[in-house]
Design a protein around this ligand. Sequence first.
Ligand code: IMP
Length: 498
Amino acid sequence: MAVYLDDVSRTFGEYLLIPGLTTKECLPGNVSLQTPLVKHRTGEKSQIELNIPFVSAIMQAVSDDGLAIELARNGGLSFIFGSQPIATQAEMVRKVKKFKAGFVVSDSNLKPDNTLADVLALVKRTGHSTIGVTEDGTPNGKLLGMVTSRDYREGKDDHNTLVKEFMTPFSKLVTGQLGITLSECNNIIWDHKLNTLPIIDKNQNLQYFVFRKDYDSHHENPYELSDPVDKKLLVGAGINSRDYKDRVPALIDAGVDVLCIDSSDGYSEWQSDTLRWIKENYGDKVKVGAGNVVDAEGFNYLVEAGADFIKVGIGGGSICITREQKGIGRGQATAIIDVAKARDEYAAKTGYYVPICSDGGLVHDYHMVLALAMGADFLMMGRYFARFDESPSKRLRIGNNYVKEYWGEGSNRAQNWQRYDMGGSESLKFEEGVDSYVPYAGKMKDNLAITLGKIKSTMCSCGTITIKQLQCNAKITLVSSTSIVEGGAHDVILKEQN
Ligand code: IMP
């Protein structure tokens, strides 16, 4: 006979937190959101700790190098999407590792023989008015000059004029040598009243630009998630259980800090094989998460196979139709509660703590606190991050609203057959995700400030200032459908919102 579980499959919207005693030390400024990312001995620190409990989903519409840089600068971590060729994924990892705050690789470059018309077209395309003139027109070619909007008059000058005739030539440029620190750059910028300082190597090849306008930005990231030794930002990458023998070495070579096997159903021998291969070949040097699972059995199976963290969630993602298509899944809250219990039992039995990640279905900011309170160590989100400027997808205007595109990895658009693969052929037989829009929400940093502010405030109401305390002390109650209605504005006539 089939096994019937006694508990109902529930999700976050069915629960509320009951306040605990807010002591005087419970101030948002005292709250730490640090949390372990990978397996460690109980009582010891995890080798990688996030400064905020957020990671971005392993999805084409979410996690490229641009979003990864911004999220790491704000204390979280991205897993660069794996549904792309190995070389391009490794290149994205490399770009994150090469990132140095304030040092920008020039995206607008021309050769001396280009024309003013080329300059105007480039400015229009990139929106950037500073152009590096290099011998071969590449971002790292020999620097021969620079062009800014002060070098030409669009309405008066002949558009056929060659760049070399109006650029500021190298002999007149103030430059910095590779290896210079950002504060040294800023001193030169101030002393010479510059807007831009090109940084060159000993062969005069352009390496970076440092802009006056970025002067303050590197002071604004107190939570930055970087390697304590080389100061490079941390970055993760998604892998699959098919081409891992080629993909994993390439990602490690690119400098990836942590991997995650990405599958809609991770309770499989393919994941176990992948984990064992990585651990046999790299030992504990390479950290790798696995999933997704929704119960204790799945958790224990992948932990035994060597996983460093476990991702929890099937069918709850905003773009996900797995439950409708295949009839598998579990309410996200119930899944987290069950797997968190298994994690704690495993820790008590073995002395090893394996962090768990709640993946998908977090809609409101308070859902995030609930997920943490129920035992999640960190949260993976797709829809949340897809809405920001930094996500790779297109921003469009629909009616009076701006939206961004957001599509599932199981949609025909993503063609990520490895994630939904059951060991068969290289194609998707049916879709498990949709192609959609999400409301555009602006800069990640501004949104994080609000979300994290709410999380800290709720934690203080619960009388807790760390995630561990929240997990141990939170009081959680189920709510009736009638009391859910009571939770929103009700029995008033809302004024028009402009
Ligand atoms: P969201 O934060 O609710 O948008 O959920 C994001 C999560 O949905 C991802 O991290 C994946 O686990 C999952 N996911 C991504 N693409 C698909 C899909 O096409 N079908 C089902 N689940 C998906």
